[in-house]
Ligand binder design. Structure first.
Ligand code: NAP
Length: 260
């Protein structure tokens, strides 16, 4: 396929961790990727290089998902850089800077986490969906995809990071709302729900999780890797789930199972 006809995705927070893993798997499909990052330009450029090595193409785009002007810039970037916008992957997310008991959550930490993890994806989805609907009317794309990166924290109470759990529980409804609204528009919406995954985010609690995994907290006894989540997203956007929307896909080594 000629380069300018290849589909294009915006992956938020693609400079590192899970977002980078998703971007690489999309590149393996030959997709072009808007590599969003917040501040770490060197890491974003490293992702761009990995995408070229994987057979795709990446273009870095700086922007804070919590900021409305930056969100508008990112959506416009997809049109300018690639001439089309087939998929949005709402991956960027933050943990609280300091883990605090729910009786002590600072209000600024609540706002920081909720603005990044929930408000940002909500309004970015809104803007991306409008762009996708317009492109479908114009015949530029056949189908649009929104993929939200949730978490096992959507249903697992960690009392030392309540604001993070709330943001991920909210992501579940965000997925349902936009799936219901956008099905008739030809835009399918999914959530991938990672479990314990080896990235910078989990670096500070690595020893704790090493022990939990060794003790069997996940039926598949290993850390999740960014490429595990990337492969799930790739299956979605290459169209392998065409009669599903609003679907949550657990990518968690079986953590969600109740076992007696
Ligand atoms: P990470 O290693 O800390 O990477 C975070 C990424 O998000 C970086 O690319 C960062 O950009 C970007 N980012 C942070 N704030 C942003 C903002 N305001 N606007 C745009 N980009 C922003 O995190 P991760 O572990 O890969 O997590 C990715 C997603 O998976 C998050 O939504 C997280 O909640 C979810 N998740 C993670 C795990 C896990 O165990 N790791 C489990 C379940 C779900 P810079 O490089 O510029 O800082």
């Amino acid at each position: 396929m000629a380069s300018q006809n290849r589909p294009a995705a915006l992956v938020t927070g693609a400079s590192r961790g899970i977002g980078r893993g998703i971007a690489v798997e999309l590149a393996r499909l030959g997709w072009r990727v808007g590599v969003n990052y917040a501040s770490n330009e060197a890491a974003a450029q490293e992702t761009v290089k990995l995408l070229a090595d994987a057979g795709g193409e990446g273009r870095a785009v700086k922007g804070d998902v919590a900021n409305g002007a930056d969100r508008a810039k990112m959506v416009a970037f997809m049109q300018e850089a690639f001439g089309r916008f087939d998929a949005l992957v709402n991956n960027a997310g933050v943990a609280p800077k300091v883990r605090a008991d729910v009786l002590e959550t600072p209000e600024e930490s609540y706002d920081y986490v909720m603005d990044t993890n929930l408000k940002g994806p909500y309004f970015l989805t809104q803007a991306a969906a409008k762009a996708m609907i317009a492109q479908r009317s114009a015949g530029t794309i056949e189908r649009g995809y929104i993929v939200n990166v949730g978490s096992i924290s959507a249903y697992t109470a960690s009392v030392n990071r309540g604001e993070y759990c709330l943001s991920k529980a909210g992501m579940g409804m965000l997925t349902a709302l936009f799936a219901a609204r956008l099905a008739a528009e030809g835009v399918l919406v999914y959530e991938v729900r990672p479990g314990i995954t080896e990235t910078d985010m989990t670096g500070p609690v690595k020893a704790k999780y090493d022990k939990l995994i060794a003790d069997g907290v996940t039926p598949i006894r290993r850390w999740g890797q960014p490429e595990d989540i990337g492969k799930a997203v790739a299956a979605i956007v290459r169209g392998d789930l065409p009669f599903s929307t609003g679907q949550v896909i657990d990518v968690d080594g079986g953590f969600h199972l109740r076992i007696l």
